[in-house]
Structures are given as structure tokens and as C-alpha cells.
Write a protein that binds this ligand. Structure first.
Ligand code: TYM
Length: 333
């Protein structure tokens, strides 16, 4: 069955292995299946929910675009664009924010985590951020949305908002209710310094993550310094309970090689972390270094990146422009 795929990544710098294994690697597989229509968005409107430096933001938009392409997304097959170039996203977000009850947003755990203790100081944009995400997805009638596990709640909200809009305006099936595509395994990559914390671009320690722009030496060093425990590696999955660092490193190894955790446990059961670490560093650097080299090359070709984004925005505008027009008509504008 052909799928309409939509997903987004924030251009906030430091794209890392979690973004790659949880999302971008899956974008590439979906892009390679000729049956799918894929749209990948650099969500720059989402990025400004927290303060951004103007020049840095511009660079990060290009770097995220370069990362998509360097990872293997083909811009002649998929639409790649940045959100702020397509007005319908912001307009749709306003309309949907007038339908979505505050109670639904109050449940969003990511807002609570990101806003921290001082919620009063968080921007209103950060609070209503999941509604902009719903607008992104619903404007394209996306059938499937590939994301990491941390976005699951936002996708459930998107589904609820779509259903409420259709019911409130008596327009059954106008907004398509999308399916999340979250891999059963390895959809939550954890910090290299703490197996209970998600790998994240905002972690102050660079040693907590493998950045997609890291060199081979940086990757080797970070894996060497990754947190471990003091037991040999187990050979059965249930023995990973309460061993988050072992589970994470074995999971990363499996995901990069596209193999099951069971196979990896067969390979390393009874061995020491040092054996896993040396193999993992090798596997990771042979996967990430070519991407990193390509990102660095593409970053120097700003004209090319800007052209990809401009062409993508034209195509996206056509689709989203039509949908927002219909949406406004339904409302009574
Ligand atoms: P963002 O930019 O935080 O992350 C981009 C993608 O990377 C995944 N991800 C991870 N996966 C596994 N392990 C991790 N440690 C990890 N960290 C990040 C995320 O799940 C995501 O898929 N709100 C979204 C962007 C967005 C979007 C959308 C996504 C905006 N509009 C519409 C899908 C559809 C976000 O902030 O992702």
C-alpha cells in the first residue's frame, strides 16, 4: 500500500545518533520505497519556541537539510523544505489551537520536561508546540508519521485533534487521522553517560551523545568513555533489566547493523564491555563518518541547499495551500 509520509526535525544543531536511529534512518528507508510519497520538514518554527541566535538558526536550517541528504534522502524523490516558508503551517496551527482543549495540552509530558520548574517563564509557543506539529501533519493528509518514541504522545494528540475537528465541523474524514510509525525496538536511544536519560541535543555534556558531525576519533573517544556497569554482558534479553547502559549500547549496535538484539546478545554474551565497545566504535564510525563527511561537504554548497529548500517549499505550498483553503471554507471564512 502506498503511504503518505510526513515527518520533521528541529534545526537546533547537534543532530545526534538518537535522531538518526530513531527517525532519519527510517526516513531513508521510506524514501527508498518507490511506493511512498515522502515529505520531510526542517521545523524552524518549532525551533524558535526557545531562544535562537539568528545566524546560528540560518546555519542550522542548512545543516539539518544537509543531514537529510547526506543520510540518503533523495530530494528528487521526497519533498524537503523548511516550515517557515509555507504559511499554511502557522495558519493551521492557529485554527487548530482554537479547537484543542487546554486540558489535552496540560497532559503533554515533553512540555513539562522542557519547561522545567519555572513554567511561568516558558514561552506560550513551547506550550502550544504540539498543535503546530498537528498542523504540519494534517495539512498533508499524511497517513504515516515516522518518529522516535518521545513523540508518541504528540502524535496521539494529533489524532485527537483531527477527530475533534472532523466532528465539530461535521466533515467526516476531512482531516486524515495519521498512524505513528515508531519502531518497536531501538526507538529511544539513551545518553552515553546515563542509560536512564534520553540522548539529547540539549544535554550540556557532549560526551553524552554521538553527533552526526563527529569525526572518527571523537566517536571512538566517546564510546570509550561511555558509562558501563561492572558485570559481563548477558546472553539473554531479560537479564538486561536494571542494566540500562548495557541495554543501550547493545541496542545501538543492533540498530546500526539492522540486526536483532538476540543476535547481538549471542555475539557478546559472556564478554566484557571492552569487547563490545571496540566493535561498537568501529561499526559506528563506519556508519557515521561517511555521513559526517558528506554533511561537511554539502554545508559548503549553500546554493545547492537553498535550491533544494526552495523547490521543496514550492511543492509543499501547493499541497498545504489547498488544504488550508478548504479548512477555512469549512470554518466559515
Ligand atoms: P526533534 O527535532 O526533537 O527530533 C527529531 C526526531 O528524532 C527523534 N529523536 C530520538 N529518537 C530516538 N532516541 C532519541 N534519543 C531521540 N531524540 C530525538 C524524535 O523522536 C524525532 O522523530 N516535534 C518534533 C519535530 C516535529 C515533527 C513534526 C515530527 C515537528 N513537526 C511533524 C513529526 C511530524 C521534534 O521536536 O523532534
Amino acid at each position: 500500500m502506498s503511504k503518505k509520509i510526513f515527518s520533521g526535525v528541529q534545526p537546533t544543531g547537534n543532530l545526534h545518533l538518537g535522531n538518526y536511529l530513531g527517525a532519519i534512518k527510517n526516513f531513508v528507508d521510506l524514501n527508498n520505497d518507490n511506493q511512498n510519497e515522502c515529505i520531510f520538514c526542517v521545523v524552524d518554527l518549532h525551533a524558535i519556541t526557545v531562544k535562537q541566535d539568528k545566524d546560528q538558526l540560518k546555519n542550522n536550517i542548512r545543516e539539518t537539510t544537509a543531514t537529510f541528504i547526506a543520510s540518503g534522502i533523495d530530494s528528487s524523490k521526497s519533498i524537503i523544505f523548511n516550515q517557515s516558508k509555507v504559511h499554511a503551517h502557522a495558519e493551521g496551527s492557529w485554527i487548530l489551537s482554537c479547537m484543542a482543549p487546554m486540558g489535552w495540552l496540560n497532559r503533554m509530558t515533553q512540555f513539562k520536561e522542557k519547561a522545567g520548574k519555572d513554567k511561568e517563564k516558558a514561552s506560550v509557543g513551547l506550550y502550544i508546540y504540539p498543535i503546530l506539529m498537528a498542523s504540519d501533519i494534517l495539512l498533508y493528509d499524511a497517513t504515516h508519521v515516522p518518529v522516535g518514541e518521545d513523540q508518541k504522545q504528540h502524535l496521539e494528540l494529533t489524532r485527537d485533534i483531527a477527530q475533534k475537528f472532523n466532528k465539530d465541523f461535521d466533515c467526516e474524514d476531512f482531516l486524515r487521522v495519521p498512524e505513528p510509525l515508531i519502531k518497536k525496538d531501538f526507538s529511544r536511544i539513551m545518553s552515553l553517560k546515563d542509560g536512564l536519560k534520553k540522548m539529547s541535543k540539549s544535554d550540556p555534556s557532549d560526551l553524552s551523545r554521538i553527533n552526526l558531525t563527529d569525526t572518527k576519533d571523537q566517536i571512538i573517544n566517546k564510546i570509550k568513555k561511555a558509562k558501563t556497569d561492572s558485570f559481563p554482558l548477558p546472553n539473554e534479553e531479560h537479564k538486561l533489566k536494571d542494566r540500562p547502559e548495557a541495554e543501550n549500547l547493545l541496542g545501538i549496535y543492533s540498530s546500526v547493523l539492522n540486526q536483532t538484539l538476540d543476535k547481538t546478545l549471542d555475539e557478546f554474551g559472556g564478554k566484557n564491555f571492552s569487547d563490545l565497545k571496540s566493535q561498537l566504535a568501529e561499526v559506528l564510525s563506519s556508519k557515521i563518518s561517511p555521513i559526517s563527511d558528506e554533511i561537511k561537504k554539502l554545508i559548503n554548497d549553500q546554493n545547492y541547499l537553498d535550491k533544494v529548500l526552495a523547490e521543496g517549499a514550492n511543492k509543499a505550498n501547493e499541497i498545504a495551500g489547498k488544504k488550508i483553503k478548504e479548512m477555512k471554507k469549512i470554518i466559515g471564512f
